[in-house]
Design a protein. Structure first.
Length: 407
């Protein structure tokens, strides 16, 4: 028995290498179909790349790829909202941005989200910093200086120098922006950059430019300058379509001195003058003019939703007259308030009954129908700025969130 088992274990096993391979016709047809589909998908992908390169090749750059990666935060939504603490900023410049706060103080710029978390901090040496906030980007610039920087809520995406001193700057909701500065070729030049952050046009002006503004969609630009004729000083307001150097229309008016220019919803622009608040369409047509009734603006603010203008009354006391308008120029608030107001904030919330906010440095009053609501501050109020998640009252080391909406 043992010998038989040993013989079987040592016996060679014959393997026939000529076994026929049987094909399954069904799976063969499926394989051929997938192979054909894959070929056409690759072909379509190549054609797609070709069309993109031909049509949008100017935008496909290394810089824009970096901007895309840096701007992925646009899909992030911070649902919380709280007070925001920051280092002492007694000389600070403040602006709301994406429900958070941007602060520049002592050469340092910091962005905070709505919960008070610091998102980015950069050294920005500027003597007279100012900010313009859009939907996706914030433009920081130095009035009277030459530097400016563009930020999203993650980091700085652009930092450049102008040839001359900066007068004004603005940014659209999509990222198109304009910077007006002094120029060697003419008195002033407004450089316009598109949503791809490439320069699309230059507007040269020989007259003294007060401000420039880009519409919310970035398709229209307006430039306000001072004009002079036999009647005295006035304004000249020129309207442009993005990418076209020739003005669509220029409006000129004497005896009305321009103070500032802002872009509103609906493609409208507002020109605040020393005697009136004037609303224009993107085509240069006058939408509405509201007289300040002999008063002059002492402070003002504008968002896409509307405008607020504070005027000092002629009385000896501390009264102020406050005007508030929606983006179409309709008056939504007009009252004399027994406060010596030093700052104002227009509302940024659509379909909100609030007409805006105003401060005298010690308290803030909410403007609207009925009895006015106010809150006091323990510290000096340096600025107020509105967000979708409530008003931020900025003091030297903290921004307190008040008047938080219910929804």
């Amino acid at each position: 028995m043992a010998k038989e088992r040993e013989r079987l274990e040592s016996a060679a096993i014959r393997v026939d290498g000529e076994l026929p391979i049987r094909e399954n016709r069904y799976y063969k047809r499926v394989s051929e179909r997938y192979r054909t589909a894959g070929f056409f998908l690759i072909l379509l992908f190549v054609l797609f790349l070709g069309v993109m390169l031909v049509k949008y090749g100017e935008y496909i750059t290394y810089d824009n790829f970096v901007y895309l990666m840096r701007d992925l935060d646009s899909i992030r939504d911070s649902s919380g909202a709280s007070d925001i603490e920051y280092p002492s900023a007694e000389d600070g410049t403040f602006s709301s941005f994406k429900n958070g706060l941007a602060v520049h103080s002592e050469g340092v710029f910091t962005l905070y989200d709505s919960t008070g978390v610091s998102l980015t901090t950069k050294n920005e040496s500027m003597a007279s910093p100012a900010m313009a906030a859009g939907g996706e980007y914030l433009l920081l610039y130095d009035i009277g200086g030459r530097s400016y920087s563009l930020y999203n809520s993650l980091t700085r995406v652009m930092s450049r120098q102008c040839d001359g001193n900066i007068i004004s700057a603005s940014v659209s909701d999509g990222g198109a922006f304009a910077v007006t500065s002094e120029s060697d070729e003419s008195r002033y030049v407004t450089e316009v950059y598109g949503k791809a952050l490439n320069r699309t046009m230059r507007i040269y002006m020989d007259k003294y430019v007060v401000a420039s503004a880009v519409s919310g969609d970035g398709d229209a630009i307006a430039v306000a300058s001072v004009s002079e004729n036999m009647e005295g000083f006035g304004y000249e307001l020129s309207f442009y379509k993005s990418g076209e150097d020739k003005a669509l229309k220029t409006v000129e008016k004497a005896m009305s001195f321009p103070v500032t220019l802002r872009a509103l919803n609906g493609g409208n622009f507002v020109l605040i003058c020393d005697d009136a608040v004037r609303f224009y369409s993107a085509d240069g047509d006058e939408v509405k003019t509201n007289s300040l009734e002999g008063l002059s603006p002492s402070c003002f603010d504008a968002t896409r939703q509307g405008v607020i203008v504070v005027c000092r009354t002629e009385g000896i006391g501390g009264e102020s007259r406050v005007y508030s308008y929606d983006y179409e120029g309709n008056i939504i608030f007009d009252k004399v308030i027994d406060m010596k107001l030093t700052g104002a904030a227009a509302t940024c919330r659509a379909e909100d009954e609030t007409a805006g906010y105003a401060t005298d440095g010690a308290s803030v009053v909410k403007l609207g129908e009925g009895e006015l609501e106010s809150v006091n501050s323990d510290e000096e109020i340096l600025a107020i700025t509105d967000t979708e998640k409530g008003l931020l009252i900025c003091s030297k080391d903290k921004a307190t969130r008040r008047f938080i909406p219910d929804n």
